[in-house]
Design a protein around this ligand. Structure first.
Ligand code: PEP
Ligand code: MG
Length: 321
């Protein structure tokens, strides 16, 4: 079975009816690239840059970050690489500056933390922009909640670009900037965000946590963590539809994207780009190769309308048959 999967490595991820799907990989560090290559992923959909900052006693400076981002861009040889700006906070605290409040998941994390530490953020933005000269880098902002956060962030990106231009340092002036949709408020106002962004990425791990009020790190409520909750499915489907309407790409980069039992559901909602741990790429590809979109889309719409959870298993079984 493993051998059979391996043979799919260089097969394009296309549905039975001929629709192309992009399968990208999630990474934490440049060392993960060999595994990405082995998986046959056609890009990196999520580079969790905060891992460069964890388990150490200082902050990586601009040169160190630049070297890491450039290495990933170069190793991927022109394939897209989406670097997410720092998603520190909550369960990922700096060793020397733990800022977890009483309720870390709702606290100063990700873009909130970056906007409150503009010097640290500026250093990262410069490093990412400099690396963008050496490959196809996309910049992704985590945990967007309000338009004002997005405006501030775009302003800071503009400022970093201007500075580099003045210094004569090369960068991709048209680097695409995307936002993660992982807070219900962002999903509900996704049309507004889509107007100001070049692409969207749905973080289902956090979207489920915040929609259902289930701490994703708390074992005592793990049994209530339900990706198929009708409210979660509505928010995912809405986000995909809004991106389509705005004419910008959208991917899912949470764990749902790497679970083959959700592949057809997401395809049926219109998703054409998935990003997952490299270990899941071939299994999801196998599922895509056996999928017929016209059939799937109808059942997925029924699932979206099914408000009674009892009906779900049967509909899902039909979808995945
Ligand atoms: C997510 O929330 O789904 C996601 C991909 O981000 P992280 O798991 O790093 O919070
Ligand atoms: Mg997240």
């Amino acid at each position: 079975e493993k051998q059979k999967l391996k043979r799919l490595k260089s097969t394009a991820a296309t549905t039975l009816d001929g629709t192309a799907v992009e399968l990208h990989a999630n990474i934490e560090l440049p060392q993960d690239i060999p595994q990405v290559k082995a998986s046959g992923a056609t890009g990196i959909g999520l580079f969790r840059s905060e891992f460069l900052f964890l388990n150490r006693d200082d902050l990586p400076d601009e040169e160190e970050q630049f070297a890491a981002y450039r290495k990933v861009a170069q190793d991927m040889k022109g394939l897209p690489v989406t670097i997410r700006t720092l998603d520190l906070g909550a369960d990922k605290q700096l060793r020397f500056a733990d800022r977890s409040g009483d309720n870390p998941a709702l606290g100063l994390r990700a873009i909130r933390l970056c906007l409150s530490e503009p010097q640290m953020f500026h250093t990262q933005l410069r490093a990412i922009l400099r690396a963008s000269h050496y490959g196809r880098i996309h910049l992704l902002i985590p945990m967007l909640c309000s338009l004002s956060e997005l405006r501030q962030t775009l302003h800071l990106i503009g400022h970093a670009k201007q500075e580099l231009a003045t210094e004569g340092i090369p960068f991709d002036a048209r680097i695409p900037v995307g936002g993660m949709i992982e807070i219900p408020a962002a999903a509900l106002s996704v049309q507004t965000f889509a107007k100001h962004l070049d692409f969207l990425s749905i973080g289902t791990n956090d979207l489920i946590q915040y929609t259902l009020a289930i701490d994703r790190t708390d074992d005592t409520v793990a049994h209530l963590y339900d990706p198929l909750h009708p409210a979660v499915l509505q928010l995912i489907a809405m986000t995909i539809a809004a991106a389509d309407k705005a004419g910008i790409p959208v991917s899912v980069c949470g764990e749902m994207a790497g679970d083959p039992s959700f592949t057809r559901l997401l395809l049926g909602f219109g998703l054409r780009q998935f990003s997952m741990h490299p270990a899941h790429v071939l299994t999801v590809k196998q599922q895509i190769l056996k999928s017929d979109l016209p059939h799937i889309t109808g059942v997925a719409q029924k699932i979206l309308k099914a408000q009674e959870p009892e009906k779900l298993p049967q509909l899902l079984a039909r979808l995945n048959a």
